[in-house]
Each structure stands twice: as C-alpha cells, then as structure tokens.
Design a protein around this ligand. Sequence first.
Ligand code: SF4
Ligand code: SF4
Length: 460
Amino acid sequence: MGGLRLKVFPELRHLSSDGVSNILLDVNSCRIFEAEDALLEVLLVMDDPSPDWARLRLQYGDQHIDECLSFARNLVDSGTLVRDEQLHHMKEHVNRDIAVTSLTLNIAHTCQLRCRYCFANTGNYGLDDGISLMSFDTAKQAIDILNQLRGNQKAQIVFFGGEPLLNWEVLERSVGYAEATFAGPDRKPNVSFCITTNGLALIQSQARFFKEHPFSVILSIDGDRDTHNKLRPCKTDDVDSWAGTIAAFQILTGEGITPRARVTVTSSNTNLVQALHDLGELGFGSINMQPVHTPADKSLTLSHDDLLVYESHVSTMMRSRPLVFADGRRLVARIGDGDMGIWFCAVATGSLTVSPSGELYPCHRLMGIPRFRIGNVHDDGILKALDARETLDVDKSLVCTRCWAKYLCRGGCYAENYNATGKLQMPDPFRCHLTKHIIGRALECYLFSRRDAANTGGDK
Ligand code: SF4
Ligand code: SF4
C-alpha cells in the first residue's frame, strides 16, 4: 500500500501568499499547495508507521496538531491529495478510453534546405527506397487505417517532411478526403490538421486553404537572419532561407493565421532570450524551443556548458515573456490545472507516422529504425500492436518513477530517450536536467501569477 508523495520547495517559500508558508507539490495529482509548518509536518508523517506525534504535539500544541490532522485527512478523503493506490485506480480508468487519434503523413522526403542539424538526413530519414513524394493512394490508405482505429474520437493529421509543401496536391486531396471520411453526424469534420514547414514554397492560396480548414501552422525558424541562414542554408547557395520563411509568415498573417515558431537550439544559437525577443518582435505569439538531438553536424551538439547557458536563458524567458515561450507556458498551464499525465506523447497510446512509400512507424523520429517498423499501409497494414500504454507508462521507467516531476514531465520524448540511451523509457540525462529546470521555473511563474492575481483581487 502506497502513500502520499509530496515534494517540498523551500526555495519557493517566499512566493507563498503570506511569504512564510511551505510550497509543496503533490506529485500524484500535480497540484500545488501551501502549508504552514505544523500542517507540513503532519502531511509528511501521517503515512509513517510510527510517527513521532509526541514531538509534534509538544512543539505545536495538541489542539493545533489535531486540527492539522483532520484537515490533512480531509484533503486525502476528498481526493485533493492523491495516494498511490488511488492513482492506480485512476490509471486503470484512463487506460480504457484511448484510441489511435494521431497520424503524421510524411508526404515529402525532400527539402529545399540542408539544415546542418537535420535528423532526417536532409529529408529522407535514410530510407533509400527511392520514393520521396507520397502518392494520394498511400495517404488515403493511411487515413483509412486511422479511421478504423480512432473509434469515434476526433483525429489529428500532421503534414510533415522533409518539406510538406513540396507535395501540395497530396496535402490538399488528403485534407478533403479526411474531412469527408471523418464527418460526424452533424456533418462537421471530426479532424484537425497541423503542418510544420519552412514556408519557402508557400503561396497565398495555400495560406487561404489553411485558413479555410482547421489547421495550425508551425514555421521552423532559428532566430535572426544570420543565425537562421547559417543553420538552415538552402541547397541553392544564393537563396536567403530566412527571408523565405519571413515572407511565409507575412503571407500567413495576411490571411489571418498566426503561425507558431519552432526553434532548434544548437551550440551556435544559445542566445535564446535574443531569439525569443527577435521572433516576438516579428509577431510570433508562441515560440517553441527544442534542443538539437543527434545533429548531422556534431559541432552543433550542446555541451554541458551550453546546457547551463540554455537553462539561464530559460529562467530569464520565464520571468520576462512566459506567455510567448511555449515550452514554459504549457507547463505553467499543467501546474495550474493539476493536469497529471503518464505518457509523454501519443506514441504510447498509439500514433502512426507514414513514409512516402507507406512504411508505418509510431513516430517520425523513430522512422527508419527497423525495430520500430510497424508495417506498410499497402502490404500488411499494421503488423504489431500499437498499444504501448503499459510499457511506456512513466512509472515503468525505473528512473522516472522515482522522480518528483514525473507526471508533469511524463518521461521525456521516447525518440530522444532511445537515441540517447537505447531505451524508449530510459530518460536522456541531458533533457531530463533541462526539463526539471523548466518545471522549476514554471512553478515559480505559476506562484508569481497567483500572488499577483491575489494582490490585485483577481482569481486565486
Ligand atoms: S525524464 Fe527526468 S524529469 Fe522527466 S520524469 Fe523522467 S526522471 Fe523525471
Ligand atoms: S516520441 Fe518524441 S518525437 Fe516522437 S511523437 Fe513523441 S514527442 Fe514527438
């Protein structure tokens, strides 16, 4: 029988509502609490087989300890604080309801750029099957598989590459087919779309198409012109790739779409504060920054010193522009909502990525690794069970299950873990360090905003 799991943050005590209470995280519910000293001590020992009540009663008085004990028991009985055994029941319930809802169509394994860090071998993921553009027939088969597996849940289709705009006709037809296939009883399409693009090939009618359908658009951009062009040069030397991406940004915003930015952080662009400022000034409202992994150009790998710089920039960004820095904002929202989770991404519950020739993998970053091949949409459909909910539960990782941040972090990207450690469930130590830092800053940010709201009479 398991008990409570509480993580205390003495360093955040000054951010409590009275400036002296203890701040604690209930690891199992991901909720943040404040507790004065006696209540904290009671919470920490109440599952202890032989708590030292005599000392506590002497120190705080019988009546106060009894009040704290009653309050603490209420928190547990009402499910506000969650014990391990309660969590076990909750997990069983969650497990039953999930279908495969995510499909990534790698419609083009070709690209105009030769990004120095590209993990996809400048577009083809090392898959030398000679097919670089997906046919509509392949896309259609993949959409049909998704339709069989999604139950009646809403699906998401991601267009990825390479550069997906280089296969526009298939993208356009796939959207039409998916909307018709997934239409609900009210005839509304039960599907949304996402595209990650460098934007170079974008024209106005395509931006309008994105506006007319439920699309979110992510533009890959690494900061200012100089930085971006060094990291993401065109295969044609005299083309300014940054200018092409900015032109796409302007076309998109002109059509009423606010794209998100995706920055890849390498050893040569660790000035994240500057990048966030530059991209924010350009008008990006949400900027996602991700450290490079296994870059083709090894000199771009982040060193330990780079990691420390990265983390100090995260601290600054979380203080200055927490709403624009998407990675931090997502965690602040999770903390505010007590949004605990046990899987990092849809790979655990079942997701599909399809290569141009129809090869099926759970994720684009695991594509091309034979042991992760699931099948082919044309030959055998899905060979292996997609369901990895049991094995990829964060508590199945011997490292993560002992971590206070586990249900906020959820174990890290499985592909990054695999590339770093050879195991999907064994965290990448570099990323783990960074994640804990960002979660710590997100906690701080959440407490700041809660205190500000209380001071101005807003929501508590
Ligand atoms: S990856 Fe690291 S931070 Fe995330 S749950 Fe595992 S041990 Fe914790
Ligand atoms: S394993 Fe990583 S790269 Fe793959 S879908 Fe999940 S988060 Fe994305």
